[in-house]
Design a protein around this ligand. Sequence first.
Ligand code: 5GP
Length: 195
Amino acid sequence: MKNSAGGATGLDQLAPLLVVSGPSGVGKSTVVAQALGLSPKLWLSVSATTRAPREGEVDGVSYSFVSDSEFVQMVESGHMLEWAQYAGNKYGTPSAPVQARREAGVPVILEIEVQGARQVRESAPDATLVFIAPPSIGELDARLRGRGTESTDALSARLEIAHEELAAMPEFDHVLVNADVRATAMALLDLCIDP
Ligand code: 5GP
């Protein structure tokens, strides 16, 4: 592919971009952590969020924890690849680090919710969209309730969103049913790492 100046755009040399989505409580983070452990070559994007840190979360590692105005500034200055409002907070993927890794040949994973995945589909059509599904809806509810990280109100909001998110499954390139974390992580790696 050529750009208007006649040079190579490098688009066809970008390392894979894998978008991992699915309802809250499905085990996305655990699956992604396992995949990263199995393949250190992968890089997981660090999202920015206006949500307050949970116990044990480290700024700049789990998320970049920012104020609402800082977040809006990042969006308005065009620095977000995608962003979404989720259960009362904003979450987004800073684009520059993703692009830099991909240009350097490092496959990138985004672990994001469904509205963000839709935006990536538009802005990076070469991305592979993966939906992590629960073995059953009953199991998803039980996992969300059992996690104990949310207040009652936040939990109800997340349960409601989780049910809506399940309806988006057919929009994805691949659906992986998370019955076994290791098997799901290996299936994920198969989608972005050359053997
Ligand atoms: P949590 O508050 O449980 O860490 O995340 C809530 C939801 O936001 C999860 O579904 C998570 O995958 C999603 N999320 C995390 N980072 C991002 C992001 O950068 N963009 C979008 N669109 N969603 C994100």
